[in-house]
Design a protein around this ligand. Structure first.
Ligand SMILES: C[S@@+](CC[C@H](N)C(=O)[O-])C[C@H]1O[C@@H](n2cnc3c(N)ncnc32)[C@H](O)[C@@H]1O
Length: 184
């Protein structure tokens, strides 16, 4: 999978992709490829302790809001340009992405091979590509569209970046706006 990962990169031969794969962060984490669109995931290559900094995120570039981008301030979106693009969303996330310190931090002890997932609305106000969540967490938000569409009560359960905290504070205590109907 190239660093310039695009929507067209549907995996039709996961075995061939696996053979050609060179991890961007060997020893820290790696991609587990699965056929189809968006079915691959990032997993730990070693055990991590709760609160451990897994990696300082480097080599990012600014770009337009996309399904691969991460929002790092009110107006700035970046591409991760590494295997980190395979971090999936979970409503019970194993890691947090601190976009102020640009650090990926373990939310709990993580075993080697365990999935690395973060709560996408912790950094994204309105996502480019929304999706029905498959995470299966007890308190799953079901439709992931960005922090704008979640209640303060839900957002309070999670680590939230400073730009999202500001936007939530500006919105005030009223309920989140109704989500748009269309999801991908
Ligand atoms: C940057 S990709 C993450 C890697 C992706 N799994 C892949 O194989 O390309 C983000 C996309 O992955 C999918 N995704 C990530 N987490 C998901 C989840 N919990 N439930 C459903 N789809 C998810 C969504 O399609 C999302 O737009």
């Amino acid at each position: 999978m190239p660093a310039t990962y695009t929507k067209e990169d549907t995996i039709t031969d996961a075995e061939a992709v696996k053979k050609a794969y060179k991890p961007t962060h060997p020893g820290l984490f790696e991609v587990v490829y699965a056929e189809g669109s968006f079915n691959s995931e990032l997993v730990a290559s070693k055990d991590y302790k709760k609160d451990e900094v897994i990696v300082v995120v480097e080599g990012t570039t600014p770009g337009p809001k996309k399904y691969t981008s991460v929002q790092v301030s009110r107006d700035l979106h970046i591409e991760l340009n590494s295997d980190l693009v395979f971090l999936n969303h979970s409503c019970d996330p194993s890691v947090s992405l601190d976009t102020d310190k640009m650090q990926l931090i373990a939310n709990r002890d993580i075993k080697k091979g365990g999935p690395l997932t973060f709560f996408y609305p912790s950094s994204e106000w309105e996502m480019d590509q929304s999706f029905p969540c498959w995470c299966g967490a007890e308190k799953c938000s079901k439709s992931i569209q960005g922090a704008k569409y979640l209640s303060a009560e839900t957002m309070d359960r999670y680590y939230v970046t400073s730009h999202i905290r500001e936007l939530l504070n500006e919105r005030g205590p009223e309920a989140a706006v109704a989500p748009p109907k269309k999801t991908t």
